[in-house]
Design a protein around this ligand. Structure first.
Ligand code: COA
Length: 282
């Protein structure tokens, strides 16, 4: 029988012994996804001896510990199907409250895409509630919160210009696999992307806002405040108790206006001075 799990081609091997192996599954949409594979053909756990089962479960627990040490996630999912190949193999993957499928399994339904409206008064632009429509004068401003797969082209275009080109952040620091575990907010006008930010669960009831960027020629018009308000509303929707962020020191006042308080000392991130800020959600 031509069995793909026997061939073991193109695998990113993490560890192996004579009975089982652990591989990293190269699927960018699922950061941290690993697979534990029994080396020989065994369809079910029931076909393993007592000792081999002990070895299997010790490895599963070890992988869970190792994933938790590597990723600040909300949950580790385990799944076993094995319908196509006669090979015992378990899928092990970290999950985040902000990932595209939460709280469903990764083969289930996805979190909804959220659209928001804005309104303008003498103080400037303000965000309306979930799915409330903008008044006519601002109707060309589209605000959407969704997964990376849906928004990546537009959000990446803004971040490339602002962080990589304007601020000199190294590309390998700007682009990380956690984009796939985040909720992203995008503001665009007539299909031109203007501003973005992302929300990531830290796995302990807190969320982190990051990658806040407004195109240079559109700053000072209230778009940054709308990104922040939208991500705070999304954090409330998802039930987080607290939001933290790492603020570039020049932007401390911007976040303070939204209620964030600085805590702890200044530190460097991407060679830019930052401070941690926190907002408690009631
Ligand atoms: N310091 C203090 N206050 C600031 C500020 C700053 N750097 N930038 C804006 N504000 C104030 C505004 O005056 C406004 O105040 P108001 O509510 O009293 O009118 C309020 O914050 C909202 O400003 P807004 O026009 O919405 O900000 P913006 O659209 O210019 O966006 C940034 C702010 C920081 C997101 C934007 O400047 C940016 O993209 N900078 C480059 C990338 C960056 O540094 N990101 C932050 C990483 S931590």
């Amino acid at each position: 029988m031509d069995c793909p799990l026997c061939r073991a081609e193109g695998e990113q091997l993490l560890e192996a012994d004579d009975r089982l192996r652990v591989i990293e599954v190269l699927e960018p949409r699922l950061p941290g996804y690993r697979r534990i594979i029994w080396q020989q053909h065994r369809r079910e756990l029931t076909e393993l001896s007592e000792i081999d089962r002990g070895h299997w479960f010790a490895k599963v627990a070890q992988q869970e510990d190792s994933l938790r040490a590597r990723w600040a996630c909300d949950k580790i999912n385990h799944a076993s199907f094995g319908n196509l190949v006669p090979h015992l193999h378990w899928h092990v993957m970290p999950r985040w409250r902000t990932d595209p499928w939460w709280p469903s399994p990764v083969w289930g339904s996805k979190q909804p895409s959220t659209r928001m409206g804005v309104t303008q008064n003498a103080q400037g632009l303000f965000l309306l509630g979930l799915d409330e429509k903008s008044s006519d004068s601002e109707s060309s401003l589209a605000i959407q919160i969704d997964e990376w797969l849906s928004l990546k082209e537009s959000c990446a275009a803004i971040r490339q210009k602002v962080f990589v080109e304007e601020q000199g952040v190294a590309a390998q620091e700007e682009w990380d696999e956690l984009d796939w575990a985040c909720r992203h907010l995008l503001i665009s006008r007539s299909n031109t992307p203007l501003a973005t930010g992302r929300l990531l669960s830290l796995g302990d009831g807190r969320a982190r806002i990051g990658r806040m960027a407004v195109r240079k020629d559109h700053r000072g018009q209230g778009l940054g405040r709308i990104v922040l308000q939208g991500l705070i509303a999304e954090a409330r929707r998802l039930g987080f108790a607290e939001i933290i962020l790492h603020a570039q020191t020049h932007a401390l006042g911007f976040y303070a206006r939204a209620g964030f308080a600085a805590q702890g000392p200044e530190f460097d991130e991407c060679r830019i001075p930052h401070r941690e800020m926190v907002l408690r959600l009631e």
